[in-house]
Structure formats: structure tokens, C-alpha cells
Design a binder for this molecule. Sequence first.
Ligand code: ADP
Ligand code: ZN
Length: 621
Amino acid sequence: MLAAQLDDALHALGYESFRPGQRESIETLLERRRLLFVAPTGGGKSLTYQLPAVALPGTTLVVSPLIALMQDQVRALNERGVPATFLASTLDARELRRRAEAAAAGEFKLVYLAPERLAQSRGLLSRLDCPLVAIDEAHCISEWGHDFRPEYLLLGDLLRWLPDAAILACTATATPVVRDEIVARLGLPADTPQIVRGFARPNLELRAVDPRDRADRNHQIDELLLEAIGDPKSANGAAIVYAATRKQAEREEERLAAAGWRSGCYHAGFSGQDRERVQEAFSSGALDVVVATNAFGMGIDRADVRAVVHLSPPSSIEAYYQEVGRAGRDGDPAWGLLLISAADLHTRRRLIEMDVDGIQKSDEIVEHKWGLFLELMRLAEGGSCRQAAILRYFGSEEPMARDGCGRCDACKSLSSEDHDPEEVTLLVRKALSGVARAQGRFGIGVVAKLLKGSADSRLEWSGLDSVSTFGALKEHPEDWLQRLLRRCVTAGWISFTNQERPLVVLTDEGRAVMLGERPAKLIPPPARGPAPKKGRSGRASVVLDDLDDTGRRIFEDLRAFRLEQASTEGVPPYVVASDRTLRECAVLRPQKRAELLHVHGIGPAKIERYGEAILRIISAH
Ligand code: ADP
Ligand code: ZN
């Protein structure tokens, strides 16, 4: 089909221009006749079958499980003069028969079919001149997904009955495993094109924080709310706070209500009526903050949600991105704060193992879900652009997946004064050359030993103990090297070949970084215990020389606070406080706000901004 024809059909449907991925999808579909199109909810997937349906001769079949949505689309099409109808079990038998007859007579350009009608529709289908079958919500065929619908398994048969039709599967569920499962279960060839588009959210600023203690955690939340929607008395926009458990939700809601927020709590333990009331109050603007379990969010149409806070990591990267994606629908700046702590691992494991409705989960499902959760934890602990990591996880090839978002906490740290890109690039290149040596033969643990130069029988028998990479990073602890390598995985430079016993391989991007063709945009993991000499820590140790042990610890904590604060504010660390200021705090150890004024570089403005945090850090020692 010519470009001009596509444009004409687009205008006939009442649209002016294509959204990301729409034109490409339609062209690919028409050319290859098979396509899996993945775009977020609201991304405009339906146009990619409606437009060809209008342009092609015959009647396009659309399978969709959402009856209300189907009705809406049919109505909108009819209003535009496109003949369309739907078949669902909500209609009585006579009406169904009438519509099926009209469909068989070729009266419609589009016929929407609910999946439970599939089994009874063979007669109709054999009479239909059908150029295209579109399958909406195609992930419902995946048994791993939470939306599994057994009726969708009949789709494989349907497609076999219509061998001449082009096939378009649409979904917002982007994980590669689910995508491949969709293709396989529909009986489509493995090389069916997959287009993944529209997931980048340039107005979203993501942060992941591991708070030092409860006070720090509360502080992080309060600061974010302040930044995103202002103070409780003059809130502008709304926030959603997600909790992992009902108890966590209730406790946090109490805290926020006590701070003056117009807040509500929402979880499955409340009656349907209570939940509806909270949802309505939130939608209408009567509430500014809702603290909820993941049950909340479907059908929330507030476009001015400015902040989404996760008190604990949700079940997967997908769940996280879907939830945080409820912020900033209006395109204005919006924030996502993900709080993580070691305790989350236990909580999530318990939630995953918990039997629902007395049905015991198989070990396989528990392990699968656990793996999805660990991917999210790895993302949170990563040292590279958060959003790019999510996009890569989804298999998206949008430019942001490689270039980074420039807004998240990681991107901000990367552009801060404390970050030395050349030093880090050198470090990462060495680490990746270790991966190149172990390529396809060993896991991450052995690569760390190789870089450390540790004695190991596997390195000996493979001869790797005599290559130049052996001990190339011997000044770093082995467990730190492991963490560095894990960050390189999240950054998209290292991948694995073997599911059971993962063996490292360099990705194309990783090879380019190793060869020095691209800079390594990565924050190395923080050192635990004594920092590995040289560089920045070398500078710091001069400053620390005349401090006692407690003073050193305070100084280090203040430095960590400063770095975090700087990345939060998007300013260089020295703007937050100079080394001299921090050192004096560590020596003088002020106990009250007023005493802070004795410290070099601290005035009333700094006290207002950082006073509480600094005093808290000092008093913790
Ligand atoms: P999805 O199926 O991906 O969830 P929809 O197809 O329902 O999303 O589209 C979401 C909204 O975007 C609809 O209101 C639709 O009319 C609108 N839309 C889709 N494509 C375009 C476009 N090219 N220009 C303007 N609006 C569009
Ligand atoms: Zn980023």
C-alpha cells in the first residue's frame, strides 16, 4: 500500500498523524503478513488493525476480551461511517444470529469477537472473506501471565482455519519471554516480526533509594512529595504510594494523614464500597495522596499524578513500570521513587510463596516469579540509567534505551562532579575484557576471580591464569568486582547464554564499550568497608587524617548524604556542602540547629534545607 493511501485511511478514521510505531507496524504487517506489536496501554494499538481493516477488501476479525472496550470501538467506528459490530455472549441468541448473518454477507469492515465465542464461530468464519485477524490483549494466551484466559488457546485453531489472513497480535505486556510464548502458542513462525514501541517516558524522573533507616526513608518520601506536589496545604497534583502489604499501606497512610495530607488508604481488605469511595475521591481531586496495594490504579484517569512512591519493590519490572507510569500522564514533569531494603527480599518471597485461595503454587511458578522480582532488584541496585534498563528489559529499541533518559538518579550522578568518566570507562573496559576471556565458558563469579587474580582451578585448567587480564583489577575486593559485573549486566553490556548455569557473554554494546568505541556510562558500586585506595577516596583520606574513628564515620555518612542530595537536586556535590563543611561537622558534632551555625559554610538557608538530616546523621553515631 502506498504512503498516500495510508494517510487517506488515517484521515478517514479521524486522525491527523501517526503515533510512534503505528506507521511502521502497519507497513510491516502488510508486507510480512505477521506481526506482534507491543505498545503501552493507550499507545494506539487499535489503529494498527483498524486502518488496514478500512483499507483492505473484506471483513477484518478482531478478537478482544474486553467487552466494554469493544463496544466503545464499534461505536466510534460507526460514528465515522465505518461499518463494524461485535459478537459477545452478553447478546441474546437472536441478536447474535442476526449479526453473524450480516457479517457473513460482508456487511461489516470489522467484526469484534469475544474469545468465549470462538468455539461457536467456525461456521461464520468459513463464510467470511477475512484479510486480517487482529488479536488484542494477546498476552492472555500466556500461562505465565496473570491474565491467562484458557479460551485464548483456541486462537491457534482459528488462525489455522483462516490460512490466507494476515495476523496481528497486540499487547502491552512486553517481557521477551511472554512475547515469545505468544508467538509460539498462536502457531506463528518464530521469526514473526516484533515491534516494541512507545515505552519511553521522557517526563518521568526515576529514583531508587536504599534508605539508611526509618527516619531517612520518611524523609525521602516527604521530600519527594514536597518537590512533586508541594506541601499539604497547597498541593498541586496528586501522588500514589504503593505498599507491598495491607499493613504497610495502613501505617504509611496514618503517617501521611498525620502530616496533614488529604490521604486515603486502598487495599483488598476494605469493602468494595470503601474502595470505590477512595477511588472516586482521588479521581475527583478530593484526595491528594492514596496509599494502596497494587489493587489500586486500574481505571485511574487522573492525568496530574505527579509522584508515584513504592515503599517496597513490587513483583517485577513490568509491574513497577506500569505503576510508576501512572505518574505524568499529562506530559508534565513527574517523579517515581522506589525504596528498597534488604527486608524486601523476605517480604516478597513470602508473598510469592503464599497460597492464594488455598491453591498451592508449583516450585516452577515460585522460581519464575522470584526471577522476575530479582530482575527488579538488580535494576534498583544498578549503576546505569534506570529507564534505559527498563526499555532494554522490554526489548525496546527506542533511542533512550541506549542513550539514557538524562533525568533519573543514575543519569544525574553520571553528570555530577564526583563522577570521573575516563576512570570509570577504563575500569569497565578492563572488566569487560575479562568477560571476553571467559565468554561462554564461565559465570560471573569466575570472571571476578580472573580480574582479582585469585587462585582457582578453573582458571588454571583453562589457562586463564596466564592471560594479561588475570589480576587486571586486583586492587579491588572480589565481591566488589562481582557487584561491578552485575551492574554491567544491568547496563546491557553482559548477557548470559545458559539458563541453568548462566555463562557470561558480551553483548554488541558491551563489545563496543570494551573496545573504547563508546564511553561506559556507569556508576561503580559503592565500596563496603575500607574504600579501595586511589582516585576520589585517596583525596578523601587526606581530609580524614586528623579525624578520630567516629569522626571518620560521620564524615563518610555525610558524604554519602551529600552525594545523594546532589543527585536528587541535580547539582554538583560542592553546591550542597564543601568537604570543609562536612569535616567541621564531623569534628564539632553539633546537636541542635543553632549549633550548626558555628560550622563553616552553613547559614540559615542550609539549615532549613539540610539541618535536620545532618543532625540526624551526627546523632546516629
Ligand atoms: P491501546 O489499544 O494501545 O491501549 P488505543 O488504540 O485504544 O490504545 O488508543 C488510545 C487512544 O489514543 C484512543 O483514544 C485513540 O483514539 C487515540 N489514538 C490512537 N492513535 C492516534 C493517533 N495517531 N492520533 C491521535 N490519537 C490517536
Ligand atoms: Zn536515566
